[in-house]
Write a protein that binds this ligand. Sequence first.
Ligand code: PLP
Length: 394
Amino acid sequence: MDISMRAQKLEPSVTLAASAKANALKAQGQNVLSLTVGEPDFTTPKNIQQAAIQAIESGKASYYTPSAGIKELRQAVATYIKSNYQLDYQVENVIVTDGAKFALYLLFQAVLNPLDEVIIPVPYWVSYGEQVKLAEGVPVFVSCAQEQEFKVTVAQLEEARTEKTKILILNSPSNPTGMIYSEKELRAIGEWAVLHDILIVSDDIYGKLVYNGAVFTPIATLSEAIQKQTIIINGVSKSYAMTGWRIGYAVGDKAIIATMNDIASQSTSNPTAVSQYAAIEALSGEQDTVETMRQAFEERLNKVYPMFAALPGFKIEKPHGAFYLFPNIKETMDLCGYTDVTDWVDDLLAEAHVALVTGAGFGAPENVRISYATDLDTLEEAVARIAAFIEAKS
Ligand code: PLP
């Protein structure tokens, strides 16, 4: 039986593939240091675990829920957005999904017609382009140099815009670069999108993870017109250490949300009930643990950034958010005699047992992504092994 043409064009996630490779080596008994996955190494805070246990024991987690999520959680999302963004939304503006990843998937399915174009600044999170293709849209990649902090400008957007442009995806703080757009930059981009009636998809999933005084500005807050033009994507995975629970959400125009709900009702039926009860506690319960985890990431960033930046040939902008370093390693590859970043990453894993993710999957073939969402000892040991690997190859 032939595989569909649509599926044949799909690139599997490079981040998941890299962590699977690292795990396979680990299973063979190798001491592998994996800096691949984009998830906090903390366990879900106790109050959230308790809410889940209670939902199971009371029996209320036993059943299907409405496909857009239980009303209490949709309301909790609206209240959370009100207190964090000072924006008013009703329950009908909110859909709860199986992770933010599925919110994005539903959104593209809901709004894209074949050949509609979606502008995606490069480097980008691995799933954007593939999800757009699955919805028969066309990803339009706009390269943003490291010298411009990997951020797209209005001039570049204008150059990329055509009659077919329907969506612009923004991700600030960014995975993989950790860069954050300023209010001024976002205002210019927002006004451009309003002027040309382009839907802004604002992936705010790392909004709580900003460091050293950096400020996260949600683009939707910049004017009423920009708010109307924006769909907010967010979730509990990163800020509440809940990647395994699979709860994300989208907030915006009621008609788009209702369409996403129709698609969800015919695909997943609903996000897992127990996770929804846990997410209510995450968003509405005490928030101290969010700050504790943020501080831990900040401390690690400040400790490990200089160490990675000192590796021969590693050129890194210091990130302001998320939990990744994204060095350009062109000079390192030259030193080691490599021309392909994926080969360098593969050999680093095979020989030094350090797993990183190739930048190729993020549209940046001279970079690697290093997740520092792991303990300091592992990070320090990884730096030492990478240094020894480079030394041996030079
Ligand atoms: N958006 C970005 C930029 C991400 O890095 C991720 C996860 O890696 C997601 C969305 C999806 O998060 P989840 O589906 O776990 O909510």
